[in-house]
Design a protein. Structure first.
Length: 419
């Protein structure tokens, strides 16, 4: 692979994520010939070394490292530039398909410390491992600047670091949220005290869960309050060992396991309403929208029927003369409208159809008219669900403003066939 192809491949694969970087002794690097002059970032905190025969890889490697740092800085809202603990990237002289990424923290004996990453074969190096190694090195350097030493610094959970790196991929966020909310709503996730363990099984086995949990630490807080992820790093730098109680205090301001679990439920519920990418509707969003299609009492303590606390819309038509049903329909119309805000034109059209039905119900329309409006809405919803259940993503074109002008694209991504 020539230098130009390597550079294109390196940048194009920058959003690929994987498992933890392999760790090995730095003397495994094989060099051939005299070294080329190193290249450095403008601030001097990142330096790339290479033998003369691999000198052409210095620039693309440096560009990749700097772009990764920029993305990570934007994610954690911290300046990850350390003059005290610089990052050294060593390119090896191999061309044997060695995919390893070797990492080490070196001390020259005088107290000076630097992070080191080695790529034995730059053509074959695993970009996912390299990306992770860069993020870990940059975060460790920041922790050292915050007062951490090799004796005091504590490890963070591997799933949290992996989740942070995965969360940097904006294109994966909606799918990760849908997956996590589905697991949560199906009672497949343990209580918060177990979910946030150092070796959390769900977060380790499910990359989507790790990414969503990591995003909780990255959420912006009210002005003047500390960044939870920054507070976590500072604590770990000074010797605070990880525990679910630490996570509970940072995320929910509680050390009580039950209160932390309740806060997690409230947070996940709110996450289901957020719009990650405007104009997009996925199967998970459609499923959560469908949960709105029940009529509940408008006031606490009142029920339509002593046997159940809610009505389907079909049952509501049969009780259209009940004032409580009409009052609840008026409130539900607002909720259904809000549930589709920010989504694609198809879901907006479905929501509008249900709102017409609910408004008619609230105004006392005749059963025949209500049945017709409800059947129209149900038909639109079933067609929408047929498409999304097969994996299609409904997307409103950026230049469209009409509610019904949605297009469908397959989950193949940008190269998917448009219908």
């Amino acid at each position: 692979m020539n230098v130009t192809c390597f550079r294109v491949c390196w940048v194009a694969c920058a959003l690929v994520f994987g498992a933890a970087a392999a760790r090995a002794a730095p003397d495994e690097l094989v060099r051939k010939g005299a070294p080329a002059a190193p290249v450095s970032s403008k601030d001097g905190s990142i330096t790339v070394h290479a033998p003369a025969e691999k000198a052409g890889y210095r620039a693309p490697v440096l560009v990749f490292a700097q772009r990764t740092r920029e993305e990570l800085q934007a994610e954690v809202r911290l300046k990850l530039v350390s003059q005290a603990v610089p990052l050294e990237i060593a390119i090896g002289g191999k061309s044997d398909g060695d995919t390893r990424v070797l990492t080490a923290r070196l001390n020259d004996g005088s107290g000076a410390v630097r992070e080191r990453i080695e790529l034995p074969d730059p053509e074959a190096a695993n970009l996912a491992l390299f990306r992770r190694a860069l993020c870990v090195a940059l975060l460790r350097a920041w922790m050292a600047d915050a007062g951490g030493t090799d004796e005091t610094m504590k490890d963070l959970p591997a799933w949290l670091i992996d989740g942070l790196i995965r969360h940097m991929d904006r294109e994966a966020r909606q799918a990760d949220l849908d997956r996590t909310l589905r697991l949560w709503s199906n009672a497949c996730l343990p209580p918060a005290a177990d979910l946030f363990e150092m070796d959390s099984t769900p977060a380790t086995r499910e990359p989507a869960v790790a990414a969503v949990l990591a995003s909780w630490f990255l959420e912006k807080r009210a002005k003047g309050e500390s960044n939870p992820f920054e507070a976590l790093l500072r604590g770990a730098a000074k010797g605070a060992a990880w525990s679910p109680a630490v996570a509970g205090r940072l995320l929910a301001e509680t050390s009580d396991a039950l209160a932390f679990d309740e806060a997690l439920d409230v947070w996940l519920l709110s996450e289901g309403r957020q719009v990650i990418k405007p104009g997009v509707t996925t199967d998970g969003i459609v499923q959560r929208f469908r949960l709105q299609l029940l009529l509940y009492p408008s006031e606490y303590g009142k029920t339509f029927d002593t046997r159940k606390a809610c009505l389907t819309f079909q049952e509501a038509v049969q009780q259209a003369d009940d004032p409580q049903v009409r009052l609840s329909a008026r409130a539900k119309a607002v909720a259904v409208c809000v549930a589709a805000c920010g989504r694609d034109g198809t879901l907006l059209a479905v929501s509008e159809a249900y709102v017409h039905f609910l408004e008619a119900l609230a105004k006392g329309a005749k059963p025949g008219e209500l049945t017709r409006l409800l059947m129209d809405a149900e038909g639109l919803r079933r067609e929408m669900e047929r498409k999304t259940s097969s994996g299609e993503v409904l997307e409103l074109p950026a230049n469209e403003e009409t509610a019904g002008a949605a297009v469908f694209r397959t989950p193949q991504g940008k190269g998917g066939k448009q219908k």
